[in-house]
Design a protein around this ligand. Structure first.
Ligand code: SF4
Ligand code: SF4
Length: 97
Protein backbone atom coordinates (compact mmCIF):
# COMPACT_ATOMS: atom_id res chain seq x y z
CA UNK A 1 0.00 0.00 0.00
CA UNK A 2 1.30 3.47 -0.87
CA UNK A 3 0.53 6.30 1.56
CA UNK A 4 0.43 9.70 -0.11
CA UNK A 5 1.34 12.70 2.07
CA UNK A 6 0.93 15.22 -0.72
CA UNK A 7 -1.56 17.98 0.18
CA UNK A 8 -2.17 16.56 3.67
CA UNK A 9 -0.05 19.27 5.28
CA UNK A 10 -0.17 22.92 4.18
CA UNK A 11 3.54 23.59 4.53
CA UNK A 12 6.83 21.79 4.25
CA UNK A 13 10.53 22.45 4.53
CA UNK A 14 11.90 24.03 1.36
CA UNK A 15 14.31 21.13 0.75
CA UNK A 16 11.46 18.70 0.35
CA UNK A 17 9.48 17.87 -2.71
CA UNK A 18 5.77 17.20 -2.48
CA UNK A 19 5.97 14.97 -5.52
CA UNK A 20 7.84 12.45 -3.37
CA UNK A 21 6.65 10.65 -0.28
CA UNK A 22 7.69 12.73 2.69
CA UNK A 23 6.16 13.69 6.01
CA UNK A 24 5.75 17.47 5.89
CA UNK A 25 4.96 19.50 8.99
CA UNK A 26 4.56 23.14 9.89
CA UNK A 27 7.27 22.77 12.53
CA UNK A 28 7.48 26.51 13.24
CA UNK A 29 4.24 26.26 15.20
CA UNK A 30 5.92 23.96 17.77
CA UNK A 31 8.40 26.61 18.93
CA UNK A 32 8.44 28.04 22.48
CA UNK A 33 11.92 29.56 22.09
CA UNK A 34 13.63 30.95 19.02
CA UNK A 35 17.31 31.02 18.14
CA UNK A 36 18.86 34.49 17.90
CA UNK A 37 22.18 34.65 16.09
CA UNK A 38 24.87 37.16 17.09
CA UNK A 39 26.61 37.99 13.82
CA UNK A 40 29.55 39.55 15.69
CA UNK A 41 30.40 36.14 17.20
CA UNK A 42 29.53 34.00 14.16
CA UNK A 43 32.39 32.89 11.90
CA UNK A 44 30.09 31.33 9.26
CA UNK A 45 31.34 27.79 9.93
CA UNK A 46 27.99 26.23 9.00
CA UNK A 47 27.72 23.75 11.88
CA UNK A 48 24.34 25.15 12.95
CA UNK A 49 22.97 24.52 9.45
CA UNK A 50 24.49 21.05 9.36
CA UNK A 51 22.90 19.95 12.65
CA UNK A 52 19.51 21.67 12.29
CA UNK A 53 16.95 18.81 12.09
CA UNK A 54 14.43 20.51 9.74
CA UNK A 55 17.27 22.18 7.77
CA UNK A 56 15.81 25.65 8.27
CA UNK A 57 19.09 27.60 8.57
CA UNK A 58 19.27 29.69 5.40
CA UNK A 59 22.69 30.44 3.94
CA UNK A 60 22.80 34.19 3.21
CA UNK A 61 26.30 34.22 1.75
CA UNK A 62 28.26 35.33 4.79
CA UNK A 63 25.86 34.48 7.60
CA UNK A 64 22.93 32.20 8.39
CA UNK A 65 19.36 33.21 9.01
CA UNK A 66 16.70 31.08 10.69
CA UNK A 67 13.54 30.38 8.72
CA UNK A 68 11.01 30.76 11.53
CA UNK A 69 8.28 29.08 9.51
CA UNK A 70 10.08 25.79 10.08
CA UNK A 71 12.33 26.33 13.14
CA UNK A 72 10.86 24.18 15.91
CA UNK A 73 12.99 25.75 18.64
CA UNK A 74 14.87 22.59 19.57
CA UNK A 75 18.05 24.52 20.42
CA UNK A 76 20.43 22.07 18.74
CA UNK A 77 21.98 24.88 16.70
CA UNK A 78 22.73 26.82 19.91
CA UNK A 79 24.23 23.73 21.54
CA UNK A 80 26.42 22.87 18.56
CA UNK A 81 27.66 26.38 17.77
CA UNK A 82 31.35 26.40 18.77
CA UNK A 83 31.35 30.18 19.21
CA UNK A 84 28.20 30.38 21.36
CA UNK A 85 26.78 32.78 18.79
CA UNK A 86 23.20 31.51 19.12
CA UNK A 87 20.95 32.23 22.10
CA UNK A 88 17.56 30.64 22.65
CA UNK A 89 15.08 33.35 23.61
CA UNK A 90 11.48 32.71 24.81
CA UNK A 91 8.86 33.47 22.17
CA UNK A 92 7.05 35.73 24.62
CA UNK A 93 9.86 38.26 24.29
CA UNK A 94 8.99 38.90 20.64
CA UNK A 95 6.05 40.94 19.46
CA UNK A 96 5.13 38.25 16.92
CA UNK A 97 5.79 35.34 19.33
S1 SF4 B 1 27.56 27.30 14.18
FE1 SF4 B 1 27.73 29.32 15.18
S2 SF4 B 1 29.58 30.21 14.35
FE2 SF4 B 1 29.01 28.52 13.01
S3 SF4 B 1 27.76 29.47 11.36
FE3 SF4 B 1 26.36 28.77 12.97
S4 SF4 B 1 26.05 30.54 14.31
FE4 SF4 B 1 27.88 30.93 13.09
S1 SF4 C 1 16.34 25.75 17.08
FE1 SF4 C 1 16.40 23.70 16.11
S2 SF4 C 1 15.02 23.88 14.37
FE2 SF4 C 1 15.50 25.96 15.00
S3 SF4 C 1 17.23 26.59 13.72
FE3 SF4 C 1 18.06 25.74 15.65
S4 SF4 C 1 18.44 23.56 15.19
FE4 SF4 C 1 17.07 24.36 13.61
Amino acid sequence: MVIKHKNIFPTESPWSNTDKLLLCLDTGSWRTERPVLDREKCNYCGLCALYCPPQCMRDKGDYYEVDLAYCKGCGICATECPRKAISMVPEGEFADG
